[in-house]
Design a protein around this ligand. Structure first.
Ligand SMILES: [Zn+2]
Length: 337
């Protein structure tokens, strides 16, 4: 048997187990508990779990998605995160092979998964997770793993100085995005935690590419809401939003074509397009929020202002998933660039 095939299976299984650990990191971050202690238990009935209840993916299938003791439903988040981590670990190994890069990509994407999962699940981003991402990025870019000779790192195609600038630019851009959105619409379009996430990504990708990642994230975020646009068009016959949407898509694809076909990037133009894209993103985000029932808008605002929200209301919360959009854009960059 091909040795790489065997190693591939090993990497995939390791990914499943790390995914299982990442689930614990997410759960403990949300419930304020230590990561290592106490032993894992059912979140509902608190019964300590046996080792065979903890096998990635398989346990979920054997238990038919229910706790072995109290029959409480186990969140589908667990097997999804495990499978996703396994898949991404395998992809990383296939792209970067036996190298320091593989180890670092694994660290980066583990943080992407943790940040996205807490954001999607409970609509919070923990600054600690962003700090870990930022520090890992700076260390990687400082030591230049992979491309020692020309000062440009293998994963991020950037340098340490650019990474420092990227940290500042990423945080500043999202800060401005949030600030302008608030000034114009008197509501927060995205959460303040996204400032830290974008700063951390800037520390990884450097100042040039953080622009592209933020632009791509805005596009991903808006595209996720295509169903909302259609609903609005059909139910309210709101042609203005559709017009805005078409303008947005035009700018976004223009940006893409520009980046793809103009080989020597002119960064001033790039910055300009990113700003235009972000601005139209703000307007569109606000108009999406406007389509929601009033009680949801109020809830959304309370959540972004950091107020306590009752457990039962949490499920109804509408959320502009910008953290996950940033992480998706980063993954695309790492694997496609
Ligand atoms: Zn239970």
């Amino acid at each position: 048997m091909d040795i790489n095939f065997v190693v591939g299976i090993f990497v995939f299984i390791t990914g499943l187990s790390i995914g299982s650990f990442l689930n614990v990191v997410v759960l403990r971050a949300l419930s304020d508990e230590s990561i290592v202690f106490p032993a894992s238990k059912c979140p509902k009935c608190q019964t300590p779990l046996k080792w065979w209840h903890n096998i990635p993916v398989l346990s979920y299938i054997f238990l038919r998605g229910k706790c072995a003791f109290c029959k409480e439903k186990i969140s589908i988040q667990y097997p999804i995160v495990e499978l996703l981590t396994g898949y991404l670990f395998l992809s990383t190994f296939m792209k970067f092979g036996y190298s320091f890069n593989t180890i670092f990509v694994i660290i980066f994407l583990s943080m992407f998964i943790v940040i996205s999962t807490t954001d999607i699940r409970e609509h919070v981003a923990f600054n600690l997770h962003s700090y870990i991402l930022a520090i890992a990025g700076l260390i990687y870019n400082f030591f230049n793993f992979g491309h020692l000779y020309n000062g440009y790192t293998w994963i991020f195609h950037t340098s340490f100085v650019y990474a420092i600038l990227g940290l500042i630019l990423g945080a500043a851009l999202i800060g401005i995005y949030l600030g302008f959105g608030y000034l114009i619409f008197k509501t927060m379009i995205i959460g303040p935690g996204d400032i830290f996430i974008a700063g951390a990504l800037g520390a990884c990708f450097g100042w040039k590419y953080i622009l592209l990642i933020i632009a791509a994230a805005v596009a991903i975020q808006v595209l996720t809401f295509i169903p909302v646009f259609f609903q609005k068009l059909i139910q309210k016959k709101d042609y203005l939003t559709i017009t805005e949407f078409i303008i947005f898509i035009t700018i976004a694809s223009g940006n893409y074509l520009y980046l793809k076909y103009i080989p020597k990037e002119i960064y001033a133009v790039n910055i300009l397009i990113t700003i235009v894209l972000i601005t139209s993103g703000i307007v569109l985000s606000k108009r999406i929020i406007d389509t929601l029932p009033e009680n949801l808008v109020a809830l959304n605002e309370a959540m972004l202002n950091g107020e306590e929200i009752e457990e039962e209301n949490k499920n109804e919360l509408f959320h502009m998933p910008f953290g996950p959009a940033l992480c998706c854009a980063s993954l695309l960059f790492i694997f496609l660039h």
